[in-house]
Design a protein around this ligand. Sequence first.
Ligand SMILES: Cc1ncc(COP(=O)(O)O)c(C=O)c1O
Length: 385
Amino acid sequence: MERIYLDYNATTPVKPEVLAEMLPYFSVEYGNPSSLHRHGRSARIAVDTARERVAVSLGCAGHEIIFTSGGTESDNLAIYGYLEKLAESGNRKLHVITSVIEHNAVLKVCQHLEGRGVEVTYLPVSGEGIVDVEILKSSIKENTSLVSIMAANNEIGTIQPLSDIIKISHEKGVPVHVDAVQAFGKIPLNVRELGVDMLSISGHKFYGPKGSGALYVRRGMQLEAFVRGGSQERGIRGGTENIPAIVGLGKACETAMSCLQENFIRERMLRDRLQTLILKNIRDVRINGDSEKRIPNTLNVSFSGIEAEALAVRLDIEGISVSTGSACSSGASQVSHVLRALGSPPEFLGSAIRFSIGLETTAEQINHAALITADMVAGMRGKEV
Ligand SMILES: Cc1ncc(COP(=O)(O)O)c(C=O)c1O
């Protein structure tokens, strides 16, 4: 059997139609969008078209989109850019609210800000990974400057109650940034309907190129320049644009929207099938996250008594690519901060595997992956499944 890739939350392959649109911008269409001649104008049109496509997919206007190098940069830009602007206009102590299960692209920024005198509240989550909006409400203070909460968690897939989070924050006059890197392209997200103030996306999570991303910044929100230099991206992120990546991001946004519902249904069906087979054939397992409020492609399972990395390596040898915890923290073999925050019992902490499904996953692959996983777990437990 061919290799089975079940790690789409780590990254996705670039779709052929996305690549096809990008290719000319590596060769014949090499103009700099800041140039006034024909080559430049052609590149400018490509950037404008991509910006419009990203904006349409998020439900906003083109001028509210800032192109970045991906999710990490979008998150950094949102939090640093906004707080630095605020810091300029006064010397009161700033306060940021986030959650304990954010991606490091948000957590590390918050930790760094703490070192610079910003107060940060890390909201706890329920056993399923959901932020309690009442705790959020009581955490908002006079000096709260920003709330940053992810739309869906990268490890367990849990979806946060964004509308409530935004409503409560806005009632107290606090803007909200949402890291939607894992949610965009998997569930419907409309920034106007949500009323969110800033929102991060990353191209390589939805069949666009790596190194492409965007930050939605609601009209009227002021950000301090993040990369100083030219006047590109309204002077907030200077530097000649990465045209192929921007073109690819735009096309990936467009195609993601055109098959959103179809993919949602198909991936959820395959994910649920995998979950059912694992629960049926392997004892002492625990599904991490919320079984309902979960992005459709993600299944995070702990296998009691099994070392996750050892299982992932065995699955890899058998031709199946999965992840332990989040891809960004694997390698540094530490227990996931997300599973710890859920209050998982110790035997389930170091034994979690994330299966994430995507466009090329088939029912046969799911059956095979479930079978091999059961075999591997049985072998590691000494034959007793
Ligand atoms: C929720 C979340 N935020 C941010 C990032 C970082 O995105 P990027 O890899 O584009 O920098 C990731 C990547 O896994 C993620 O899952």
